[in-house]
Design a protein around this ligand. Sequence first.
Ligand code: ARG
Length: 473
Amino acid sequence: MSSEPTRLWGGRFSGGPAQALAKLSVSVHFDWRLVPHDVAASRAHARVLSRAGLLTEDELKQMLGALDDLERACLTGEFLPTIDDEDVHTALERGLIERLGSLGGKLRAGRSRNDQIATDLRLYLRQAARGLAERVLELVQALVDQAQNNLGVPCPGMTHLQHAQPVLFSHQLLAHVQPLLRDLQRLSDWDARAGLSPLGAGALAGSSLPLDPEQVATELGFNAACANSIDAVSDRDFVAEFLFITAMVGVHLSRLGEEVVLWTSQEFGWVTLDDAFATGSSIMPQKKNPDIAELARGKSGRLIGHLTSLLVMLKGLPLAYDRDLQEDKEPVFDAIDTLDLVLPAFAGMIATMRVNADTLREAAPKGFTLATDVAEWLVRQGVPFRQAHEISGEMVALCDKTDRDLEDLDDNELAGISPHLTPEVRHVLSVDGAIAARTTPGSTGLAPVHQQLNDVIDQLDTWRSWVDAPATA
Ligand code: ARG
């Protein structure tokens, strides 16, 4: 073999690239993870060349054998990119030529790195979407299990981080499940749009060779070939959308993480983290810190940043391919790697945390959280809500002034505020009564929460089958 570096564009250049250019240009250190997808696309391309009569049966056989061997060698680490390989495509062509001699050079006919990279990235992301969904599902399962195990435990429901109305803690946990289910839905919606094959677009104009992009698309597990060869090599909407989803997952983890930080504080004491999922302090021996929740909250910043960087990179680009597009990969790879790290830790933290039911139950009525129930009781007695709100507010003011709870007011004090406040109002002055009264679908009563839990559990199997069905051939 010659010791000349493999370069895919040598012909019209008098010498090799300047070192500074080569260093700037190289992407193989991060696009190497696309190897299996680049090889899969190469197999499909080899077959299409053979059907077009551009490779003989025997050449196809040799080509497929060499591709298999090359993939194996890449996976075992026997074949590695060198500093002279500009990108994954260059390295793999070198590997093919090492195996096949000049026959290896035939595979490039009718394709360009422009349609190749767009294809590889779609294949990679469709697989990554399933991996991400699987990890989101693990977190959903942990939340569902906690909701199930703590069914019936009331806690203060909050708005403005102030005690608002009592709710079931399971209801609060399931309120964090719903956004994650929407993320799963987003991934599967995204997958349908991303399921188009750019291969056959060549550099931008398609090919004068009799290729069959639809057949290639089917072989690679895509739903169809891209409709426009210029768009096929320029489009990175699928990356932007993917990064939106990862940013959204990051934001959902961050919001839940923020609550876990609050819940585990001395002031709340709602949950206790398992030792294995909390950290200590190097100086304060008593400390137990919710680092997983904090790292999730912190890392949402970089996930949002990746979406922003991709959109900014794209916004001024003329069609078709521009080298700027190489900047699409590191953000999306890092987004995937980040969530791969965060989600299992987060799910483990949720699965193992101990819910302090007594503390929650005790906190539930604090802050006059039953005042709305008084107002609604008055409405049921025929009092207009506007007036009922005032009456209940006066009860709160009196209790606040005299440092008592709503149920501590005696009959005379109640009657003094309003003749509508008969002693029967005390029936609604209990947390369990307030929660039990909320029977409408989606509300915090035990029956609707139970229903919600069962509906979520029903959906999980559907999502598990989506995760398990491979996207690509
Ligand atoms: N490494 C390039 C990328 O990631 C591959 C495509 C290069 N195409 C080109 N015409 N230079 O986008």
